[in-house]
Design a protein around this ligand. Structure first.
Ligand code: F6P
Length: 363
């Protein structure tokens, strides 16, 4: 279809809303404001050193965020872009992000609304300085009714809702093309930013993640810290045609979760950042509320699966705003296989030389 005939994001949302005659329009307005934030961030990312972002900001250490990671200035800028684009319109009761220790209440003077926004404004920010794809991830929750009714102060607990309660989720990918991939609970749809007119246009309706794959993504430098079900799964992939899977696998790792997720949305695959023994204080690397849950909802809405390896991610009741979690997502049959390996008696651990007496894992 010629690009000019494609539905814009605005038209798509209006047509979706016709299915819910009672809807106020707030929800669509919020998504359109998020899309504006993503366009602004796309522009800052695309300008690179020319925009003064990499040269003047990106490479410099700005501050340390709540995760103890270095915040590049573009992280901070992207966070502010998200806040300014969404705080004023009366749709939100508050927001929380990777870059803020505490939830952000809607400032006095702006109307408060019925939704909560959780986001990672710039995922994969270690890739900015090397001109590799990064993205933004977002999740929309309904605000607890007592927060809406009482006008009491916003609390971190308001955000601690399982992923099954997300109203919408998605991500923007700032790659060779900028894309917005969105679910409002009725499938997943991909929009490409038409730079000529600054509009997102529907280019990938009803995305489906293929159930099978021969491609996996994991940071293999952590292999000595993996638990045995993950070790078994990866070893079997690496054994290829000569191993129990009887087929060769390919491996990819972009180190921007949003870009790895997008590849999986487009052609299948499995992504793992599982729980490991690297740092016992951290039960995983990725964050539940603004990484695992939104990507999990997008995957599941597209027919894929998202899990910790032990249980579906979307069912977990969060215990803190910045909680980390082991995460496995992608092609359904592969994720289910990894879950089976976690559930089965651990014969791999008993027979694998890596786990033998006096080995790396048992000394
Ligand atoms: O937010 C965390 C993140 O940047 C993800 O986007 C990415 O998948 C991961 O970290 C990369 O981790 P590592 O540095 O171990 O490759």
């Amino acid at each position: 279809m010629p690009l000019s005939q494609r539905a814009t994001l605005t038209r798509f949302l209006i047509e979706e809303r016709r299915r819910y005659p009672d809807a106020s329009g707030d929800f669509n307005a919020l998504i359109l404001d998020i899309a504006i934030a993503c366009k602004a961030i796309a522009r800052a990312v695309a300008s690179g050193a020319l925009g003064g972002v990499l040269g003047n900001h990106g490479g410099e250490q700005a501050s340390i965020n709540v995760q103890g990671e270095t915040q590049k200035k573009l992280d901070v800028i992207s966070n502010e872009v998200f806040m300014r684009a969404t705080e004023w319109g009366g749709q939100l009761a508050g927001m929380a992000s990777e870059e803020m220790d505490d939830p952000y209440p809607i400032p006095e003077g702006y109307p408060r609304g019925n939704y909560l926004l959780v986001f990672d404004p710039l995922d994969g920010s270690s890739n900015i300085d090397v001109n590799v794809s990064v993205g933004s991830i977002f999740s929309i929750l309904r605000a607890p009714q007592d927060l809406i009714d009482s006008g009491r102060p916003l609390a971190a607990e308001d955000f601690l809702q399982p992923g099954t309660q997300q109203m919408a989720a998605g991500y923007a990918l700032y790659g060779p093309a900028t894309m917005l991939v969105l679910t409002v609970g009725s499938g997943v749809h991909g929009f490409t930013l038409d730079p000529a007119i600054g509009e997102f246009k529907l280019t990938h309706p009803n995305i489906q993640v293929p159930p099978d794959t021969q491609e996996f993504a994991i940071n293999a430098s952590n292999s000595r810290f993996w638990e045995s079900p993950v070790k078994r799964y990866v070893d079997e992939c690496l054994a290829g045609k000569t191993g129990p899977r009887a087929k060769d696998f390919n491996m990819r790792w972009i180190a921007s979760m949003v870009a790895d997720a997008h590849r999986i949305m487009m052609r299948g695959g499995v992504f793992m950042y599982p729980r490991d023994t690297k740092d016992p204080s951290k039960p995983g690397r990725l964050r539940l509320l603004y990484e695992a849950n939104p990507i999990g909802m997008v995957m599941e809405q597209a027919g894929g699966r998202a899990s910790t390896g032990r249980e579906p991610v979307l069912g977990i009741k969060p215990t803190s705003l910045h909680q980390r979690i082991g995460l496995v997502f992608g092609s359904r049959n592969e994720v289910e296989r990894i879950e089976r390996y976690h559930a089965e008696p651990d014969s791999y651990r008993d027979t694998n030389p890596l786990f033998a007496e006096r080995s790396l894992f048992r000394d």
